[in-house]
Ligand binder design. Structure first.
Ligand code: F6P
Length: 547
């Protein structure tokens, strides 16, 4: 398969981008009152407005042709059929199976998976129900009210983000804490006021070999034993979420307390699987099911809708237009919802670990940009931090604005202000402010002509910054499930067009290997000449200062 920028579809879009360059979004809206109708759509309870992107019909036609040149339909079919779309590891990618209903027929590399999925799901439900009903108790006979999930990356970010997002649905008196960082501070702070007799630890690790998680799990166990728990109490207080039975047993967790998943779900796509047990414990199993059902609705849409009507695919293709043809270096995720504060961090892993790739599936270096830098912050906080650069910086970025029409905490006037800011930002980024408008505003403030001349250039906003707006009626388990699945399918589609494997992550390995080599030197308090001058010098400085 040729690299995607060697196709006629790419060349056509590149030529089209030149004709679009002199146009401004503000004029495009002025000339076309139907833009909003034409360039928006809905799926699974989410409404997506694409119209504040620099697109016209010809752009979309070109992007659909690009997706076809990359064999989008073929890859989508292979994804849902459980073929080895993770080509470097020879694995199927079937997170959709984890949210499918009984009767679905997902198979990984030809082997049916639904019986396993339904078995683990039933075990998760029984476990969560037992904890909630007090049938499963702590070593003093108390209810297990605090869940501490110990995991990192995909074994942390998804459940942590979901538990935060759906706090209004939490079962009263339940607490979910997440420990990921190997920095002892993270675990120490999480356990400071925890009661060991009421604490349930979930050790979440797909591989069960991750250095940070194993270190935190060992320290959690030591804390439990030092604070009243006995070895014989470990089964009541520790469970494992993993694909690696041998390592779980070797760690000392009873494999009856293990919730399995398999290598055909990637870590960053695993919150729907056993890795979601903390969600079921915090929100109740029914709400976990509702989360799955929202994602399932988005899966059904993504699988069946033609490209022209496919919301995740359109989001993906417009992202490619912004990145590869309009030169947007970054993409901001801007949820105007405090409950979604962890969504940017979650999407950093989902997107950057998936599509931050430099070679195509066959190993040939790509000669175009792949995944953008993703960052973000809950609105309105971001406005008072980095939006200055979005509006007037020289490095341009695209953005997704996400909001719910209704709030779970309707303090008088707050939600109206939040929504006003959200919509106003998309308008400001789109239309900007011309120098004439800046001058008129300064004049209206009564400024002198000298001040107007001095200040006007600073008050010019170029505008023409592309944004998507994703609206939902309310943030619920269902709409959150749909939102996460929307992004998963967007990421998949972009990976297909860029021709990369979105489901491996070799780029995280080198640092891990070097850390393993450096660890004994830190432990021994020795600088070492084996390294370059900077690395050796830093090790020597640490050895000098450590106490
Ligand atoms: O180092 C990256 C990574 O492999 C992620 O892809 C993964 O989500 C995370 O580490 C945690 O891995 P595990 O669940 O195996 O502990």
């Amino acid at each position: 398969m040729p690299l995607i920028n060697d196709t006629p579809a790419w060349a056509r879009l590149a030529a089209h981008a030149e004709t679009m360059a002199p146009r401004h979004l503000r004029d495009m809206f002025a000339k076309d009152p139907d833009r909003f109708q034409r360039y928006s759509g809905a799926a699974a309870g989410l409404f997506v407005d694409f119209s504040k992107n620099k697109i016209i019909d010809e752009t979309l036609d070109g992007l659909f042709a690009l997706a076809r040149a990359a064999d989008f339909d073929g890859w989508r079919t292979r994804l849902f059929n459980g073929a080895a779309v993770n080509v470097t590891e020879g694995r199927a990618v079937l997170h959709m199976a984890w949210r499918a209903e009984a009767g679905a027929d997902f198979a990984a590399l030809g082997a049916p998976v639904m019986d396993d999925v339904l078995r683990v799901r039933a075990k998760m439900k029984a476990f969560a129900d037992d904890v909630h009903a007090g049938r499963r108790k702590g070593f003093k006979g108390d209810a297990l009210t605090t869940v501490v999930n110990i995991g990192i990356g995909g074994s942390d970010l998804g459940p942590a983000m979901v538990c935060e997002a759906l706090k209004p649905y939490a079962i009263e008196g339940r607490d979910a804490r997440f420990v990921s960082n190997v920095d002892g501070t993270h675990l120490a702070e999480a356990l400071k006021d925890a009661d060991p007799a009421r604490t349930l630890f979930l050790i979440a690790s797909k591989t069960f070999t991750t250095q940070e998680t194993i270190a935190n799990a060992a320290s959690a166990r030591a804390w439990f034993l030092q604070n009243g728990g006995r070895e014989s109490d470990i089964p009541a207080h520790f469970a494992a979420l993993s694909t690696n039975k041998e390592a779980v047993a070797a760690f000392g967790i009873d494999t009856d307390n293990m919730f399995e998943f398999w290598d055909w779900v990637g870590g960053r796509y695993s919150l729907w699987s056993a890795i979601g047990l903390s969600i079921a414990l915090y929100l109740g199993y029914d709400n976990f099911e509702k989360l799955l059902s929202g994602a399932r609705a988005m899966d059904a849409h993504f699988e069946a809708a033609p490209l022209e009507e496919n919301i995740p695919a359109r989001l993906a293709l417009i992202g490619i237009w912004n990145r590869n043809f309009l030169g947007m270096g970054g993409h901001a995720v801007l949820p105007y919802d405090q409950y979604l504060a962890r969504l940017p961090a979650y999407l950093q892993q989902a997107d950057m670990e998936s599509n931050g790739k430099r070679v195509a599936r066959d190993g040939a270096p790509v000669t175009y940009d792949t995944g953008p830098l993703i960052w973000g912050e809950a609105g309105t906080n971001g406005q008072h931090a980095f939006y200055q650069l979005l509006h007037q910086g020289t490095q341009k970025a695209s953005a997704d604005f996400i909001a719910a029409a209704g709030s779970h905490n309707a303090l008088p006037g707050h939600h109206e202000k939040l929504l006003a800011n959200c919509i106003a930002q998309t308008e400001a980024l789109m239309r900007g402010q011309t120098e004439d408008e800046a001058r008129a505003a300064l004049r209206a403030e009564g400024k002198s002509e000298a001040d107007i001349a001095r200040l006007a250039p600073h008050k010019v906003f170029e505008g023409d910054r592309p944004t998507n707006t994703i609206l939902m009626e309310r943030l619920t388990p269902e709409t959150l499930g749909a939102l996460i699945a929307l992004y998963e399918h967007k990421i998949f589609t972009q990976g297909v067009v860029w021709g990369v494997n979105s489901f491996d992550q070799w780029g995280v390995e080198l640092g891990k290997t070097l850390a393993r080599a450096i660890l004994p030197q830190i432990e021994a308090g020795a600088g070492s000449g084996e390294h370059d001058a900077s690395t050796g010098g830093l090790l020597a400085k640490i050895a000098e200062w450590r106490f």
